[in-house]
Design a protein around this ligand. Sequence first.
Ligand SMILES: [Zn+2]
Ligand SMILES: [Zn+2]
Length: 138
Amino acid sequence: MASGSCACRYIRYTTSIPPGKMINCHCVECRKQSGAPYQAWVFFPADAIQWTVKPTEWRSSDTAGRSFCPRCGSTMTMYLDKNLPETGVAAGTMDDDDDDDDGKTVVPRPAAHIFLGEKASWFEVPDDGAERFQGWTS
Ligand SMILES: [Zn+2]
Ligand SMILES: [Zn+2]
């Protein structure tokens, strides 16, 4: 299954099932929190993720929360209150097993770019075949 960690390795996780969809979010909160043009999230049922240390949570809006490593600041997760069983894990924290030949799950390819209405003006979305949405998924 999938595994990953923050940058300093204080927080590690494994998952009991393969990753779901990868969604690249271009909203302002994701951009500011990641410090990058967008944040890639991979979705898992919350109870499918086993943490060595629970990341520190904070409220990023009236409808969503996010988490990070308290030692190195790495972005770890986000979740929507209305969709609590699903947790978005920051895709860049996942161990990338693409080169392994041991049967481990491969990190999924992007399925969608969302909140392109808030996209950084200086970033050009790659022609990667993923669906494109101005907002959440419309
Ligand atoms: Zn850390
Ligand atoms: Zn976002």
